[in-house]
Design a protein around this ligand. Structure first.
Ligand code: SAH
Length: 287
């Protein structure tokens, strides 16, 4: 028997919700209070960390921000989770929104399985649900839509011609993640395929944060008014007849500021430097 038996830790993969720190689940908050190490995405409110992380815990930001060419490699994130768990730590892997919507959770689960590390998964409020609630756009409102689809068009290959035709024809509400920069393409494809003129498009920037802004346009006026428009990140696109309900049911005024709620990814580091030095600067200032 070794003198100090090593007990393997555990990894909690949790969603933090889309922005408003109060949308964190009670369960995620409880684990945040217990965790020794928190590996956190960029699109997580700093308030969540300030409020719940216990003193002395390590907070490591492992954000990805492809637009700025600053992305923590997935491999690094996997290594950090595994390495800390093997050292007996309780690791909280905190992701923006929900864990399973447009995230790399599969890679992380595979890394944990391969290393035989125990884990739990805690869901979070995904951006589509946060944006829908805070913009007053019920996604499957009766008589407007019977279903909702979560999509992305961050690369051309992800949606082919046949699928665009289908998307233009359906009455399902369409929600596009990671697509505000390719919005001209989204609208162009839907218009080309004859999407109904009764459907509107909303872009919800920084949903659920105090800096939220909702902008709505008619798809057939988009080319004239919106082509080339840029949006504050993160932004979510909602298309469908339900978007028309925003005007009547909005309950939050648009922010007048175009500041960013989420801090940009500051710098990157590799797993080996973090673990070798065991000295991780806390990226968050505590209140
Ligand atoms: N797992 C996350 C999504 C990660 S993909 C979730 O469940 O919400 C990142 C994309 O999510 C962004 O490009 C944006 O389209 C959307 N997003 C995340 N947070 C958002 C927010 N507060 N407001 C608007 N869109 C958001």
């Amino acid at each position: 028997m070794p003198k100090h038996p090593i007990t393997t830790g555990k990894v909690i993969i949790a969603g933090a919700g889309p922005g408003d720190p109060e949308l964190l689940t009670v369960k995620a908050a409880r684990y945040l209070q217990q965790a020794d190490v928190v590996l956190v995405d960029r699109l997580v409110s700093e308030q969540v960390l300030v409020q719940y992380v216990k003193p002395g815990a390590e907070i490591i930001s492992v954000g990805k921000q492809c637009r700025r060419g600053l992305s923590t490699p997935q491999e690094t994130i996997n290594e950090l989770m595994v390495e800390y768990a093997l050292r007996g730590k309780l690791v909280l892997r905190l992701k923006g929104g929900d864990v399973s919507i447009f995230s790399n959770v599969l890679d992380e689960l595979q890394a944990l399985k391969a290393a035989d590390i125990r884990y739990e998964i805690i869901p979070g409020v995904t951006a589509a649900l946060g944006a829908a609630a805070y913009a007053g756009i019920p996604l499957t409102a009766r008589d407007h839509s019977t279903a909702v689809r979560f999509l992305t068009f961050y690369r051309n290959e992800v949606i082919d011609e046949l699928y665009w035709k289908e998307l233009a024809a359906t009455n399902d509400t369409l929600v596009f993640y990671m697509s505000s920069e390719t919005l001209d393409g989204v609208v162009g494809n839907l218009v080309k395929n004859g999407i109904g003129a009764d459907k509107l498009l909303a872009v919800v920037e920084q949903a659920t944060t105090p800096l939220q802004q909702v902008q709505v346009t008619n798809l057939y006026e988009y080319a004239q008014n919106w082509t080339g428009k840029t949006f504050v990140s993160p932004a979510l696109v909602i298309i469908g007849r339900v978007v028309g309900l925003h005007e009547q049911f909005a309950w939050i005024a648009n922010s007048q500021s175009s500041e960013s709620y989420f801090k940009p990814v500051a710098k990157l580091f590799t797993a080996s430097t973090v673990i070798a030095t065991e000295k991780v600067t806390q990226h968050v200032s505590r209140a």
